[in-house]
Design a protein around this ligand. Sequence first.
Ligand SMILES: *[C@@H]1O[C@H](CO)[C@@H](O)[C@H](O)[C@H]1NC(C)=O
Ligand SMILES: *[C@@H]1O[C@H](CO)[C@@H](O)[C@H](O)[C@H]1NC(C)=O
Ligand SMILES: *[C@@H]1O[C@H](CO)[C@@H](O)[C@H](O)[C@H]1NC(C)=O
Ligand SMILES: *[C@@H]1O[C@H](CO)[C@@H](O)[C@H](O)[C@H]1NC(C)=O
Length: 375
Amino acid sequence: MITSLILTAGFFHLSSSELTTYSITDSGGAVPEGGSADWTGQLVDAWTKACGSNAPATVVVPAGTFFVRHVVLVGPCRSSHISVNIAGTIVSPATYTSEEHWIVFMNVSGLTISGGVFDGRGQAIWNCKSLAIMNSNNVRLNSVSLVNSEMFHILIYGSMDVLVTGARISAPDGSPNTDGIHIQESNGVTVLGSNIATGDDCISIGPGSTNVWIESIKCGPGHGISIGSLGSEKVQNGVRNVTAKHVEFVGTDNGFRIKTWAKPSDGFVDHVLFQNATMNNVKNPIIIDQRYCPRKNNCPNQSSGIQISDVVFRDVEGTSATEVAVELYCSSSKPCRDVWLMNINLRSAGVGPTMSCSNVNGGSHGVISPPCCLA
Ligand SMILES: *[C@@H]1O[C@H](CO)[C@@H](O)[C@H](O)[C@H]1NC(C)=O
Ligand SMILES: *[C@@H]1O[C@H](CO)[C@@H](O)[C@H](O)[C@H]1NC(C)=O
Ligand SMILES: *[C@@H]1O[C@H](CO)[C@@H](O)[C@H](O)[C@H]1NC(C)=O
Ligand SMILES: *[C@@H]1O[C@H](CO)[C@@H](O)[C@H](O)[C@H]1NC(C)=O
């Protein structure tokens, strides 16, 4: 009788605490051995148990180095909240993979990923590697590091209420076309206190992004913080309500940028605040480019259908690496509306700086240098 009671109490204790924590190293299966041991199965196993738990559950990746192949960790989960606590380093395959994403969390509601180093073991021949959050909501990424890859990023797609804090992303300058953090078709995404060095945009905000907040970012090397590119498709969701503030750009191609293709589209960019940035030797500190065509061949060469309106650039200072420090090149068929410059103070090392305006309506407040060309 007494023994049985104790066992029951013991079981109850375990099920409410320890049993909802699943370490990849103590799953039922054989523990892989050796330097190239593959931990993908153990990760899926721990995820499946956590996801199926009736209570909030935790997946643990302890200190150490764990090789993981392409994997989709999928919900919906029975558990209302899953934490993935990573103390160690997760390394990607070192050979070419045609998969678009590396580690994907999909269809999860209530997810916190904390810590960890994701090592892309970068080489340019690889396909794009990403840590992707897809069709998920109520997601936190705390202090996640992505290192050592040329085509590697965080993708937030089709998701709602996502908070990224303290992310560190480092890839060499000149690595091709992979944004540090890319947001698309998502609502309520916040990125705070992150340090991003990459070969493309530090943060890019694609079609269908709404209520995005970006604050306290160090960006460089890279292509800056961009809305776009937009207008590659004729029918496309717009971008609404984006704030990016307290950003330090170092040696980037762009600072704050909006880029759209020069062809018909029904998309839009509306209600944007770019505020408080320091530009250190940035080629295009402030730029709206509605004839975006990065490879300069087969450019559509029409007028962009994307309507840009209600955009404020405010409290921006520092140095431009080129003569044109502010370029506002808008669509001839859909001129930009309500573009405002406030307290802009940009210097140039050589000639200039100057500002150039095309098809843009708006105005300015406070000190504006280079001299303002906004009507
Ligand atoms: C995720 O959910 C969507 C519907 O919301 C479904 O179409 C898709 O198949 C799910 N993905 C997976 C991998 O289960
Ligand atoms: C804009 O988005 C922010 C969050 O990024 C939100 O707090 C604010 O209420 C939104 N503004 C409007 C007008 O929807
Ligand atoms: C774009 O079109 C204009 C006029 O149709 C032409 O003058 C210009 O050369 C074209 N540019 C390119 C890059 O094709
Ligand atoms: C941006 O904000 C920081 C902190 O609030 C402040 O120290 C800095 O002077 C501001 N920079 C500009 C250009 O307003």
